[in-house]
Ligand binder design. Sequence first.
Ligand code: G3H
Ligand code: 13P
Ligand code: ZN
Length: 332
Amino acid sequence: MTSYKELGLVNTKDMFAKAVKGGYAIPAYNFNNMEQLQAIIQACVETRSPVILQVSAGARKYANKNLLRNMARGAVEYAHELGADIPIVLHLDHGDSYELCVDCIENGFSSVMIDGSHLPFDENAALTKRVCDYAHKAKDYVTVEGELGVLAGVEDDVSAEESHYTKPEEVQEFVKRTGVDSLAISIGTSHGRQKFKPSQCTRNADGILIPPPLAFDVLEEVEKKLPGFPIVLHGSSSVPIEYVKQIEKYGGKLTDSVGIPEDQLRRAAKSAVCKINIDSDGRLAMTAAIRKTLAEHPDEFDPRKYLGPARDELKKLYSHKNKEVLGSAGRA
Ligand code: G3H
Ligand code: 13P
Ligand code: ZN
């Protein structure tokens, strides 16, 4: 058993309280490998932003749980070496079972998500409560994120054709029954690079897809029911058109890509939304940079020569998000 405090990590309690009060959101960036982790730490140290390092069940299988625990420890030391003591959380993204949450807590995670959003309300609440009971009694209090409402797209093994907005009339009962520390809600975001079907969008003069707006009325209703309670948004990548174009220029094919416009994320970050999940944008940034490098240098075969520029691009993207979208820069 390794408690997260031994790794130099913190849970989300204090971080979220400050974010809700300060009207900004904490970035939750997914990672699977060293370059992604380096980019996250570099960007968050440079912008003095608190950060949530997010690991999906798939990422844990890919990277290995022992390596991950030590990478998190290394991330804390790396931040110190770069000259800043920013608060760092290690969070399980879309935990799909009680057992997985327990295993993560025993291996240094300071926060877990139990995603019962595909279950009927009572089953979701019972599963989430079981995880909260364990996490809150751990050696050091581990925070838990639950989810109500269903996002379209793929969440690891869970996939849904359509999104179902969170029902504001259910949120108080869910929080009361479970003891959850934060709540992910569905207001029209979704996972991946195709957040809406073309038929749900309009097109601008250049043929670029313009998505429908998020359901801010649902968010406002939730805020009224749970004043000051930390709300989480998943599926919040913007899918920058420049990356999509660069990937396609160098041989990729990413038809009908569409994300959440930055102005809507900025608006959400100023509300009770205090954690914004971003994975796809990082994948796009790295892929765009790798494709460009390899196309321009076809004789290159040293991974550092294409992963290095990809890491730099990722860092640039995350610094931009912290400073210009989430408002987390300078809050560490
Ligand atoms: O919400 C899902 C995240 O983007 C993680 O994706 O399961 O492919 O690691 P993954
Ligand atoms: P994106 O696919 O929009 O980056 O969402 C990531 C996410 O919600 C991780 O849980
Ligand atoms: Zn998610």
